[in-house]
Design a protein around this ligand. Structure first.
Ligand code: COA
Length: 386
């Protein structure tokens, strides 16, 4: 075993749900000025899952693109990060493992800490790859953000997944070793076991996010992280994309640095259209930066990960030479375009049907445009088809 020089993100793929609601329609139906959604929240659309879609199907759809390119042979670990888990015991990753035909000689586990856990998965993956440099770790972040109808948070719902392949000699982005951390107990957002929608104190969550960001930044600097001037671009966790603007402004105030909006703005283009995807949101921001027109070779990107409750982490990656041969802008554009537009009544009917218990067997026909489907419940166990 040799010590690797570089470990990081070798591939990154995106998936989302099969329906889309335009927030102009939600604004009209609820009597809200559309400017509040587009400007005040920074959201244009939200992805809405159909009955045959869940975190497993979205995660598998994202990961399948990576498998198609790199195969499965070197994958020894699957980390499934989510805060909208479908079982209290079994990792959603085990169903994904089966759907994708991953090697039986692998470990699979689910990680939870609100929107943060994909970052814990990425860091743990880097540690595993450092121990066995010929292996790869598949990190899947997949979530459905559901809030109560007619709540302030309703327009910030969404659904999406990002799959990351972590390896030595990464093609996309090297993960730098320094990270800044901050954990503080706060009841800003959570989802009790008996609820399909999150409980949220929205204003408190914004303050807790910003406090966590500053604290994680300070820890990053204390641990030897680079000066703010050495970070070229940023992507921040985006529960709604305007939150990235608030975070960016707070970092500028805190450091005294000039941080023009051009240094994060491009990171919001996917999240504006997908809505909140919890664990996947930060990595949709990274994908949006990598898929942009600017050549980012050699650029350092700062990433801020926040999970309510709360855990915060700030870390950096460096974009690798030749990365543009490995990005997937056209696949992501196709996934966004493949969504079926729906009206508010249809979206609300899906929202109302979101809670499917396990006590009655049910068969759900395949209907989404994606390769994997939630097929229903049999003998209390979830069934999937490909
Ligand atoms: N045109 C433009 N902007 C408008 C507007 C209009 N017609 N009407 C309102 N706005 C702006 C407000 O001024 C406000 O801007 P500000 O943030 O700069 O103050 C913004 O839209 C939001 O409106 P506001 O009324 O303050 O908030 P809200 O009651 O709609 O709640 C959230 C917003 C984010 C708190 C709510 O959507 C929520 O709880 N979301 C889920 C939790 C979450 O995402 N937390 C983030 C941290 S994890």
């Amino acid at each position: 075993m040799t010590s690797p020089t570089r470990i990081g993100i070798h591939d990154l793929a995106v998936a989302t749900a099969g329906h889309v609601l335009d927030l102009d329609d939600l604004a009209a139906a609820t009597g809200v000025d559309p400017g509040k959604f587009h400007i005040g929240l920074g959201q244009d659309q939200m992805s809405v899952p159909g009955p045959d879609e869940d975190i497993v199907t979205m995660g598998a759809t994202a990961a399948q693109q990576i498998i198609a390119r790199h195969g499965v042979d070197r994958i020894r670990t699957v980390f499934f990060a989510t805060e909208s888990g479908v079982d209290q015991s079994k990792s959603a990753g085990v169903w994904l493992h089966e759907l994708l035909g991953l090697p039986s000689t692998s470990r699979v586990v689910e990680l939870k800490q609100a929107c943060y856990s994909a970052t814990a998965a990425l860091q743990a993956a880097a540690g595993l790859v450092a121990r066995e440099t010929d292996t790869q770790v598949l990190v899947v972040a997949s979530d459905i953000a559901r809030y109560d109808l007619d709540s302030a948070a309703e327009p910030t719902q969404g659904a999406g997944a990002v799959a990351l392949l972590v390896s030595a000699d990464p093609a996309l982005a090297e993960l730098e070793p320094v990270a800044g951390l901050h954990t503080a107990h706060v009841d800003d957002f959570w989802r009790p076991n008996d609820s399909v929608t999150a409980v949220v104190d929205g204003k408190l969550s914004i303050d807790a996010y910003l406090d966590g960001f500053v604290a994680a930044w300070d820890d990053y600097r204390t641990r030897g992280g680079v000066d703010i001037d050495e970070i070229d671009l940023f992507t921040h966790h985006q529960p709604f994309t305007r939150m990235a603007a608030k975070a960016h402004r707070r970092l500028a105030e805190h450091t005294g640095a000039e941080l023009p909006a051009e240094r994060y703005e491009r990171s919001t283009v996917y999240n504006r259209r997908i809505g909140n995807s919890y664990t996947a949101s930060l990595y949709l921001g990274l994908a949006a930066l990598l898929d942009g027109d600017d050549d980012l070779t050699g650029r350092r990107i700062g990433l801020f990960s926040y999970g309510s409750g709360s855990v915060s982490e700030f870390f950096t990656v460096v974009v690798q030479p030749g990365y543009r041969d490995h990005t997937r802008a056209s696949e992501t554009a196709a996934a966004l375009a493949a969504r079926t537009p729906m009206d508010v009544a249809a979206y609300r009917a899906l929202h109302a049907g979101a809670h499917l218990g396990s006590r009655v067997d049910v068969e759900i026909p395949a209907q989404s445009p994606w390769p994997f489907h939630f097929a229903g419940v049999s003998g209390r166990a979830r069934q999937y088809s490909a």
